[in-house]
Write a protein that binds this ligand. Structure first.
Ligand code: FAD
Ligand code: NAI
Length: 475
């Protein structure tokens, strides 16, 4: 006997659970199926983001930053801390509590929005006159049927060929968030977002961290003024980042992992570490979905094939988030979730890919939206640039964190803001103003004319906008 719904969402990560809530708001009868469970075997909705991604990584980044501040920076404020010690189990326990609060929050939202939640794996099994048929297996055994289906099954960590994750010594993001004792020597393969964030956490807690990155250019997708500044700062903090590294062999024994690699100058090198984080990107996850049963098309890399509106090749089957093309970001998944629910209801939901912000939560934080200088040059777009350093910002001085800058790129003729790039304190929060301006297709002068509270970090945004017109006031 199939339980009938208007919509079944497979996956309760940020793409799936937000699609379910929006569809319910629009009057649909909605079910959401999710398989995730943590140690206790109970439902843990929220996907990668809540369980082993955004939320736990930010909890550990915050805790480790406090530790670093207490050890190295409180003294500048006249606060002497003697005998600062680390209780790693408590730090990890707090991180788990934060995750659990988010899991429970989503379960509450399902109840509030009258969404039927099924804990188990959802697989396509066929189609009838009533709609697509989905079998749930796991904690719950159920047969569901719905006119619409949203596939939001997310992604998983990419492993190096021949080097499976054991989460004891060779760690994915999952193991990297759960190391039981600070390793003396930690290796990281891949100087991308996870490598830098998790490398920073364990460096602050006392590990000697060595990063091996294949590309010759550090953070190639980031504006190179910002990336170069970041590289200098991270090296100074103690992250040993090796660019242009080619891994030739990796061997693990019971106690250590040994990596043979060739450096940028072609010299053979050996790195021996106690733990190794492999953070070389993520792959779409469609295991057990039964895509082949109904003929749901995947592309050559395994992503569910969708059009600009997240429609798949099958009628009324939609796909959102990490399992489809585009940046693997929680807020991108959420925007797509909202847009597909609105389209099912006959509205015109859409996602503006030009204004999706990126944030790397290192210290200092790095955030950007829109195009960077190298992209504008390559496209032959005429642009103006204005920068303002936090060194000249009163609030940053008061905080005791004056690293970095705001850089604004605007069209040479129209002054429209084309990209904003920030490295510095609270860059993650500052970037929201830039996103808003770009969403309204505003000009640098618009930011320059807006009254910003004093003393705030946001004044650096205003000053950078003034600098586009060569009239910064405080620099
Ligand atoms: P997911 O969050 O992966 O959720 C998919 C869900 O579907 C999972 O619960 C999975 O169990 C379930 N599922 C899969 N198949 C089935 C099935 N057949 N039946 C039932 N359930 C199924 N992004 C940011 O924007 N900001 C950050 O700070 C950030 N930090 C990150 C840190 C780390 C360490 C990692 C790994 C990622 C981070 N991300 C961050 C990326 C972010 O987590 C993802 O972009 C986001 O989770 C994608 O959401 P999603 O809904 O597409 O998929
Ligand atoms: P990434 O794509 O950010 O970085 C992977 C890095 O590994 C790249 O620099 C790449 O050149 C390098 N690499 C690939 N193969 C290699 C090899 N064989 N040897 C050495 N280096 C190699 O991927 P990452 O860090 O795994 O994160 C995955 C995704 O998760 C991110 O792209 C992002 O979408 C998401 N994420 C977002 C966060 C945020 O928004 N703050 C935080 C963490 C993850």
């Amino acid at each position: 006997m199939f339980k009938q719904f208007d919509l079944v969402v497979i996956g309760a990560g940020p793409g799936g659970y937000i699609a379910a809530i929006r569809a319910s708001q629009l009057g649909m009868k909605v079910a959401c199926v999710d398989a995730w469970q943590n140690g206790d075997g109970k439902p843990a909705p929220g996907g990668t983001c809540t369980n082993v991604g955004c939320i736990p990584s930010k909890a550990l980044l915050q805790s480790s930053e406090h530790f670093d501040q207490a050890n190295h920076h409180f003294a500048e404020h006249g606060i002497e801390c003697k005998g600062v010690s680390l209780k790693l189990d408590r730090m990890l326990g707090r991180k788990n509590d934060v995750v659990k609060q988010n899991n429970d929050g989503i379960l509450y939202l399902f109840k509030k929005n009258k969404i039927a939640f099924f804990h188990g794996k959802g697989s396509f099994v066929g189609k009838s006159a009533e709609g697509w048929q989905i079998k749930v297996s796991g904690t719950t055994e159920e047969d569901l049927s719905a006119k619409h289906v949203v596939v939001a099954t997310g992604s998983s960590a990419r492993a190096l060929p021949g080097l499976e994750f054991d989460e004891k010594q060779v760690l994915s993001n999952d193991g990297a968030l759960n190391i039981g004792a600070v390793p003396k020597r930690l290796g990281v393969i891949g100087a991308g977002v996870i490598g830098l964030e998790m490398g920073s956490v364990w460096r602050r807690l006392g590990a000697e961290v060595t990063v091996l990155e294949a590309m010759p250019e550090f953070l190639a997708a980031v504006d190179q003024t910002i990336a170069k500044e970041a590289f200098k700062i991270f090296q100074k903090q103690g992250l040993k980042i090796n660019m242009g590294a080619k891994i030739s062999d990796i061997n693990r024994t019971a106690r250590q992992v040994s990596i043979d690699w060739i450096d940028a100058a072609g010299q053979e090198q050996k790195l021996v570490v106690d733990k190794l984080i492999v953070s070389i990107g993520r792959v779409p996850y469609t295991g057990g979905l039964g895509a082949e049963v109904v003929g749901l098309k995947l592309d050559e890399r395994g992503f569910v094939l969708v059009d600009d509106h997240c429609k798949t090749n099958l009628e009324n089957i939609w796909a959102v988030g990490d399992v489809v093309r585009g940046p693997m970001l929680a807020h991108k998944a959420e925007e797509e979730g909202v847009s597909v629910a609105e389209r099912m209801a006959g509205q015109q939901g859409h996602v503006n890919f030009n204004t999706i912000p990126w944030v790397i939560y290192t210290s200092p934080e790095i955030a950007w939206v829109g195009q960077n200088e190298q992209e504008l040059k390559a496209a032959g777009t005429a642009y103006k640039s204005g920068s303002f350093p936090f060194l000249a910002n009163g609030r940053a001085r008061a905080l005791g964190d004056t690293t970095g800058m705001v850089k604004i790129l605007a069209h040479a003729q129209t002054d429209e803001v084309l990209g904003v790039h920030v490295i510095g304190p609270m860059a993650s929060e500052l970037i929201a103003e830039a996103v808003t301006i770009m969403e309204f297709r505003g000009a640098a002068e618009d930011i320059a004319r807006i009254c910003h509270a004093h003393p705030t970090l946001s004044e650096a945004m205003k000053e950078a906008a003034l600098a586009v017109d060569k009239r910064a006031l405080n620099f």
